[in-house]
Design a protein around this ligand. Structure first.
Ligand code: LLP
Length: 436
């Protein structure tokens, strides 16, 4: 069985039970209840170290790694990121506040988002974020005005759209020319906004940003976007005499949700990007900018696992079998939104044959509340059994909701044989906390 596991933090005990980060999932479910988000702290730290080390090696200290907090934003996570020397990509006052309350040094954070209100901008400046990534003309003028009122010069990057199709699912492809994000290079909008930014007195343009998509497996996507961005930087240098100090290539490295998906060697990929950028900068006659990456999913996805308890097993002869769990689209909306694949395991019955094809569904009053269709589980699966859904560390908790007034699960961190609650389970009273 072991060699079939997606990730090295999964293993089978002799009792046929699933172990995660070396701990018995049955025991954890008994102790903390279900549904339950588990996170492997060492795995998160290893991923951070892989990125930080690779970027250091590839760019000789002139690089940075920003954790895209949208993948998993809670206080303990931001504290771990701070300890690992990561920078952060934050997209709302909520994420800025979470980072601030985690003791994250906000000068190491950049404020993104495709639509920032004046209040958001002022909030970010007040909390001392390192830079703001500008996504629209309105926003650029608003930042300049608010910075003038505060008598500061605000460092900014401009978000550009390199016009690349990253071949991922449509909802997370963000760098194509028709994207709502950023300023298109081929449409001329990028040049125009650069000219405007350079003419304003209260913003200081420190570089350019792009992010072409998420869950990307094409290994050359970063090279292709780097090429387009570097050519743009060279053009701006030639026409306007401005040389960008930072090139941010965004996030997007894909992770394996199924065992037949490829396993990207992130360190090797970053080294390749580094060599490419060095060579192309020399050829284009520009100084090599500091290079930034913004990984979210690839830092936390396989550090996460969700445990559920089976409720009903409904067999509709010759049509479909349903196995229903005590969570669902409220804690994992990714299949409902993107038809995202997941690996589902019968956490207490690993040694039995898995001969029942079934659709694993959630508890919500919604036919689309599906965790995963067409999975194999043991035919003996029944009420009270434990199910594990793997690779749920990214965009599960952060996209969770209270639909049907279902409380959100806790996040329990696993670290070197110990476990602790990082986010407690929502109570029924929490659900009423905002009701007047
Ligand atoms: N930087 C920017 C500007 C982004 O928009 C994103 C993701 C990232 C970095 C991080 O990308 P990552 O390394 O995590 O792929 N909710 C979707 C994913 C949406 C991603 C949006 N932007 C999902 O559950 O798959």
């Amino acid at each position: 069985m072991a060699e079939q596991f997606l990730c090295s933090n999964l293993s089978a005990g002799e009792n046929g039970r699933l172990y995660f980060a070396g701990q018995d999932t049955q025991e954890l479910a008994r102790r903390y209840g279900t549904p339950l988000y588990l996170m492997d702290e060492q795995r998160i730290r290893e991923r951070c170290r892989t990125y930080v080390q690779a970027v250091k090696t590839a760019f000789g200290g002139r690089g940075r790694v920003l954790f895209a907090a949208k993948a998993a934003a809670f206080r303990r996570m931001l504290a771990i990121m701070a300890e690992e020397g990561m920078c952060a990509d934050l997209v709302s006052p909520g994420e800025i506040w979470t980072a601030a309350r985690a003791g994250f040094p906000l000068e190491r954070a950049w404020f993104h988002s495709s639509n920032k209100s004046d209040e958001d901008i002022a909030f970010a400046m007040e909390h001392g974020v390192g830079a703001i990534v500008v996504d629209s003309t309105e926003e650029l003028f608003a930042i300049d005005r608010i910075a003038a009122e505060r008598r500061v010069q605000q460092p900014i990057l401009l978000r550009l759209t390199p016009g690349i199709d990253p071949h991922t699912f449509e909802a997370v492809a963000t760098g194509k020319v028709d994207s709502k994000f950023g300023f298109g290079i081929e449409t001329g909008l990028a040049e125009e906004i650069t000219r405007t930014a350079l003419s304003l007195c209260h913003v200081s343009l420190i570089g350019f940003h792009c992010h072409v998509g998420s869950e990307v497996f094409d290994s050359d996507v970063f090279l292709r976007s780097a090429e387009i961005m570097l050519r743009f930087i060279a053009m701006v240098k030639e026409r306007y005499g401005y040389e960008a100090g930072i090139l941010d290539l965004g996030g997007g490295y894909g992770v394996r949700y199924l065992s037949d998906q490829p396993d990207i060697d992130i360190a090797a990929n970053i080294m390749e990007v580094g060599a490419y950028i060095t060579r192309r900068c020399a050829e284009l006659g520009i100084a090599q900018p500091e290079v930034a990456f913004e990984p979210g999913r690839s830092i936390v996805a396989d550090a996460g696992l969700t445990l559920y308890t089976v409720g009903m097993v409904k067999r509709i002869p010759d049509i479909v079998n349903y196995v229903s769990v005590d969570g669902g689209m409220t804690d994992n909306i990714r299949y409902a939104l993107y038809q995202a694949p997941y690996t589902v395991l019968a956490a207490g019955k690993l040694s039995e044959p898995w001969d029942l094809r079934c659709t694993v569904v959630g508890r919500c009053c919604e036919s689309g509340d599906i965790i995963q269709p067409d999975v194999a589980l043991p035919a003996s699966i029944r009420r009270g059994d434990l199910l594990a859904v793997c690779t749920t560390g990214a965009y599960n908790y952060s996209m969770a909701s209270n639909y049907n007034r279902v409380p959100r699960p806790p996040i329990v961190m696993l670290n070197e044989g110990e476990s602790y609650v990082a986010v407690r389970r929502e109570s029924l009273d929490d659900l009423l906390a905002l009701d007047e």
